[in-house]
Design a protein around this ligand. Structure first.
Ligand code: UGA
Length: 480
């Protein structure tokens, strides 16, 4: 099938590469000349497992890149819209890019087309796209608009696309629903996974996806509600982590206890410095705004965002408490990306925390396995960039773990202790157990667990110290 994907961001580029991997002939369009030139000359633009392989496999064959939306539309039966929907006024999504794509499609169309919303959009966008098409000269019988939300996560986007748990197709027409079924046929019938050259299936994946056909409005709501629910789980567990610190409980034990209830599940219950990225912060606000527009005040979502912001403040408070004063202190920051496996720094909790520390007069040396280049566009030369975790730690007054990269979970702790000026580690992602940090002689502060302060704790006193630290809600600085 001939398909266009409009937009070469995370969703568009991954969708284009994966649709060509499924055997379709795909043209990926972007108005940014530089991006298209990079893609045509073998560049990838984003850091994503398997993406480079798929692009190399299909570039100039099944997959081409173009700046001409007109040509792409004329050549295709199916047109995926995967352009940005940034946060607009009052927290709602700015749909101006979607509208201008709809206008361009209407002006180029030459026969029946299925227009697919892949971008995350508010309910009724489907209807607005339809209206924009008609207002710009398209005949209503000559196209259908389908909502087919994407549930890929950055870092595992390619395997999420090729081995999804579910495919949601919201179509208000039989004809369009049949076309979408054909697009995804190799995933629905499992034939893609059987190909010798297929991207390997992730271990924890059911054999074939659920194929869910809904109305367009339901599909649009499914996407917003899914992201809002996942964000709510994270804020919920972060609020519980705060209570754990106050009462001397251990959040990791609590997570195991509640996550093992099949009705709750263990996913998205990792406590830390909160969620970031281009989706959750924007989508929680957009869903809140959609609900308001239709007469429901979704205050729960205000609280989700508030807890998320407070979580970063609490972490900064911990850094302050551990270091006493921040001015001229040198901290090593491990992690800049908003999560592991990606170079994306949009709304990254790590960047927010580093920015606050800089405002308080700290000097920051940072390392990230993938996101240094992108972080540099935001932080410039306000921080120093290190080559690895150990050179970041050298001479630092404290080490901060800000992104959950697995590379940071197996550091040589005795080497770190040697390198740090003070043996202080503040772990915003709970990558270590307090015991192993204590054994390594490091003072360890994490999320939802009592701090382990080597210089204070003796085996006999440890319970008491834990309790005292918990009662205060925070702890005072080390005696150094
Ligand atoms: C999220 C959703 O998980 C995808 O299903 C969705 O398709 C995507 O948004 C989107 O709308 O495009 P993504 O933002 O790539 O995907 O990343 P997640 O893995 O969901 O992580 C989001 C944030 O939550 C990260 O900052 C991560 O560190 C944080 N997080 C995640 C936690 O703090 N705790 C957890 O237990 C899980």
């Amino acid at each position: 099938m001939r398909i266009s994907v409009i937009g070469s961001g995370y969703v568009g580029l991954v969708a284009a590469a994966c649709l060509s991997e499924l055997g379709h002939t795909v043209v990926c369009v972007d108005s940014d000349l530089e991006k298209i030139a990079t893609l045509n000359s073998g560049g990838t633009l984003i850091h994503e497992d398997y993406l480079q392989e798929l692009l190399s496999r299909h570039r100039h064959h099944k997959l081409t890149f173009s700046t001409s939306i007109e040509d792409a539309v004329r050549e295709s039966l199916v047109i995926f819209i995967a352009v940005g929907t940034p946060c607009g006024l009052n927290g709602g999504a700015d749909l101006s890019y979607v509208e201008s794509v709809a206008r361009a499609i209407a002006q180029s169309t030459n026969g029946y087309k299925v227009i697919v919303e892949k971008s995350t959009v508010p309910v009724y966008t489907n209807e607005w796209v339809r209206r924009a098409m008609v207002l710009n000269g398209s005949c209503a019988e000559e196209f259908d608009v389908v909502s087919n939300p994407e549930f890929l996560r950055e870092g595992t986007a390619v395997t999420d696309f090729l081995y999804p748990d579910r495919i949601v197709v919201g179509a208000n027409s039989e004809r369009a629903a049949r076309v979408l079924h054909q697009v995804y046929a190799p995933l629905i019938d499992g034939s893609y996974a059987q190909q010798a050259s297929a991207v390997p299936r992730p271990e924890c994946n059911r054999s074939t996806p659920l194929y869910i056909e809904t109305s367009a409005q339901s599909a649009e709501l499914i996407k917003h509600a899914s992201n809002a629910f996942l964000a709510m789980k994270i804020s919920f567990i972060n609020a519980v982590a705060d209570i754990c610190e106050s009462v001397g409980a251990d959040i990791e034990e609590v997570i195991q206890g509640i996550g093992s209830d099949g009705r709750i599940g263990p996913g998205f219950l990792r406590a830390g410095i909160g969620f970031g990225g281009s989706c959750f912060p924007k989508d929680v606000s957009a869903f809140r705004s959609v609900a308001h527009e239709f007469g429901y005040e979704f205050r729960l979502l205000d609280e989700v965002n508030k807890i998320n912001e407070e979580q970063r403040q609490r972490f900064i408070k911990k850094v302050r408490a551990a270091l006493w004063t921040l001015k001229n202190k040198r901290v090593a920051a491990l992690g800049l990306a908003f999560k592991d496996g990606t170079d994306d720094v949009r709304e990254s909790p790590a960047i927010h925390i580093i920015t606050s520390l800089l405002e308080e007069g700290c000097q920051v040396t940072a390392f990230d396995p993938a996101a240094m280049e992108r972080a540099r566009t935001i932080l410039g030369d306000k921080i120093t960039y290190a080559e690895d975790p150990y050179s970041a730690a050298k001479g630092a007054d404290a080490l901060l773990i800000l992104t959950e990269w697995k590379e940071f979970a197996n550091l040589d702790l005795s080497r770190l202790k040697e390198l740090l000026s003070y043996p202080i580690v503040l772990d915003g992602r709970n990558l270590y157990s307090p015991e192993e940090m204590a054994n390594a002689g490091l003072n360890y502060y994490s999320v939802g667990r009592a701090p382990r302060e080597i210089s204070r704790l003796t085996p006999a006193k440890s319970k008491l110290a834990k309790h005292a630290a918990g009662k205060n809600g925070s702890h005072k600085s080390l005696d150094h």
